[in-house]
Design a protein around this ligand. Structure first.
Ligand SMILES: [Zn+2]
Length: 248
């Protein structure tokens, strides 16, 4: 598939123009015009770029790309090495941040909810990026966190009082701990995200709403993987997802 057609196809699917984001969404670094092999991963780290070019990828698809708001714009140090690696191999970098969190089927929240048996009732938070709903089946917190551990292959950090019954849940992949207060106001029994901050511990203890920090990387590997598989199915490209473990 032509790179421009691939970029336009993903834009129709994820509608990046609907979002106010912290980074450019879409083609961030341009490589060869024809794309046959797409490598995907959560973050465009040097390790991912090297694994992708060793696999002979023509384009790399990520959730966390380059050029974040407030970062130094100069192309020096690690950023220079990453961009040089892409340009030397003539490989494109396609990055989708909030549009990939939000997509109703392929997005991070949709994919994580499906894996863990969460049914969506609605959205909340800035730009409606976070989801709330209920568990397919009411269970105790320890049953739920056991399932999260087995599914994500990572022990979640859980702040709760005892082992309450959980029915209503709110979730948002990545670093969405700032939405905990809004989740509490929705009347949920538990809130799940990737990362946790110091003040979340107190709010969990004082409200009785359980806070589950299941890992930023661990919760965000599913959207980009699903998007890559979708492209393989609909665009005639080959896709390989690289899961480079990250404890955070
Ligand atoms: Zn993230």
């Amino acid at each position: 598939m032509l790179l421009n057609d691939l970029r336009d196809y993903i834009a129709r699917l994820l509608e990046p123009d609907r979002f106010r984001d912290y980074c450019p969404n879409g083609l961030q670094v341009e490589g060869k015009t024809e794309v046959r092999r797409i490598a995907s991963g959560v973050t465009a780290s040097q390790k991912l770029l090297e694994a992708a070019t060793a696999w002979k990828a023509d384009a790399i698809l990520v959730h966390h790309g380059f050029f974040w708001r407030n970062e130094n714009a100069a192309i020096t140090g690690t950023k220079k090495r990453r961009i040089a690696h892409l340009l030397q191999h003539d490989v494109s970098l396609l990055a989708y941040h909030l549009p990939l969190d939000a997509h109703a089927e392929l997005g991070n929240n949709a994919q994580l909810g499906q894996l863990l048996g969460f049914m969506e009732h609605g959205r909340f938070g800035e730009q409606e990026i976070a989801w709330h709903g209920e568990l397919a089946q009411q269970q105790t917190l320890s049953q739920l966190t056991g399932k999260i551990h087995r599914t994500l292959e990572r022990v979640p950090l859980v702040i709760a009082d005892g082992d309450p019954q959980i029915r209503r849940i709110a979730w948002c992949t990545g670093a969405a701990q700032g939405y905990f207060e809004e989740a509490v106001a929705l009347g949920v029994d538990a809130f799940l995200t990737g990362e946790i901050s110091e003040q979340n511990v107190h709010l969990a203890q004082e409200t009785g709403v359980a806070f589950i920090a299941a890992g930023h990387h661990a919760t965000e590997r599913y959207g980009v993987h699903a998007l890559g598989n979708h492209l393989a199915e609909h665009c005639g490209v080959e896709h390989c997802f690289f899961d480079l473990a990250n404890p955070v």
